[in-house]
Design a protein around this ligand. Structure first.
Ligand SMILES: NC(=O)c1ccc[n+]([C@@H]2O[C@H](COP(=O)([O-])OP(=O)(O)OC[C@H]3O[C@@H](n4cnc5c(N)ncnc54)[C@H](OP(=O)(O)O)[C@@H]3O)[C@@H](O)[C@H]2O)c1
Length: 331
């Protein structure tokens, strides 16, 4: 029996399990030039929320009644395509289906001998690459600078902080629990952490932890945390707008302080980016990240949820901060 998870209806505000539906059907056959894949690991990511809206963006929205898709590691079960052999593992943008037939376009082979398969969805996958290229292309970190990062215990944020330490920076992370703050310091070498859930005054707390100001703010969350960071930026600071998870479930964009005065006075650079802008540079980014992994300069953590049926719940849990590191579903 095959299993598929479709987007039953577009979420309004915070998504719920009722927005998804599990369907069953037959397992398809590969056929000429096609490959039959069995899903092993599914990446759930905050940006999928954006694809659930019927809005034009840098990536097509999902259709109601159709399977959701995300980064998936799958095993080749049957192959009519000479480029893929039974037993190989591949990484690609695939449907939330236990078994699926594809033509092979866009699949990359991954080798479990080189790294555990889940790593290709995290530190050697899109989130690791996002951390690396965001810092390289916009952050342009220099040794001795102060780097602030939000969602610091998450997949992107934990890699950002560690790269900051590799580059010789003073690194401060913002996250949503004391346990996460402890973890980013003890496991990932951050210098300081700030729990935004218990902070009475985030602007003051950032000032306390970054008395000379922030040179680079890697923003994964937007909203009020970005407002507080903006007030602590140093002259010629750089702000990397990587994500805005605090706004993804809003039905109307909340009005915040207007940043233009701060940007002008401090000659700040504030730049949005999507990692797909730099597809040509994924290869060198992965080489650098795997080099650091081998040298043990980079560590990673994962929250592994068991069971295909639990993919929607794992996705919802991202918005409650239930993940530590990369959120992955093991099928
Ligand atoms: N631009 C790109 O190309 C690109 C690529 C990948 C990811 N991203 C973005 O980068 C960000 C991080 O992605 P990720 O995959 O690494 O996810 P993640 O950080 O592993 O997981 C999301 C984390 O966001 C935090 N969070 C949830 N709701 C929040 C809120 N209202 N305010 C503040 N923090 C909140 C939670 O941690 P706490 O417990 O700390 O709240 C949660 O664990 C997301 O915004 C994502 O969309 C962008």
């Amino acid at each position: 029996m095959n299993k598929t998870i479709i987007l039953k209806r577009r979420p309004v505000g915070k998504p719920s399990l009722e927005d998804f539906e599990l369907q069953t059907g037959d397992i398809p056959e590969a056929g000429p030039n096609k490959v039959l894949l069995k899903t092993k690991y599914v990446s759930v990511d905050p940006y999928l929320r954006g694809r659930m809206r019927d809005e034009k963006s840098y990536i097509e929205p999902f259709s109601e009644g159709e399977p959701v898709e995300s980064g998936i590691i799958a095993e080749v079960i049957e192959s009519g395509n000479p480029n893929f052999k039974k037993g190989e593992f591949v990484n690609g943008m695939l449907k939330w289906q236990e078994y699926q037939v594809v033509n092979g376009t866009g699949l990359n082979k991954v080798d479990p001998e080189i790294a555990p398969l889940t790593v290709y969805l995290g530190v050697l996958g899109l989130t690791g690459i996002t951390a690396y290229l965001g810092l390289e292309k916009i952050g342009k970190l220099k040794a001795g600078e102060t780097l602030l990062v939000s969602a610091a215990a998450g997949a992107v944020g934990s890699v950002v902080g560690q790269i900051g330490k590799i580059k010789g920076c003073n690194v401060i992370g913002i996250a949503g629990s004391d346990e996460k703050i402890e973890r980013i310091k003890s496991s990932f070498g951050f210098d300081h952490g700030i729990n935004y859930q218990t902070s009475d005054n985030l602007r003051k707390e950032i000032k306390q932890k970054c008395p000379q100001g922030v040179d680079v703010y890697f923003d994964n969350v937007g909203g009020e945390i970005l407002d507080a960071a903006l007030l602590n930026m140093k002259k010629f600071g750089r702000i990397i707008n990587c994500g805005a998870i605090s706004l993804y479930n809003e039905t109307e964009v909340p009005k915040g302080p207007r940043p233009e005065g701060i940007l002008i006075k401090n000659s700040l650079l504030m730049q949005g980016f999507t990692v797909r802008d730099y597809i040509k540079e994924f290869g060198p980014a992965i080489n650098q990240l795997s080099g650091w992994l081998k040298e043990d300069k980079l560590k990673y953590s994962e929250t592994l949820v068991e069971g295909f049926e639990n993919i929607p719940q794992a996705f919802l849990d991202l918005f409650e901060g239930k993940n530590k590191g990369k959120m992955i579903v093991s099928v």
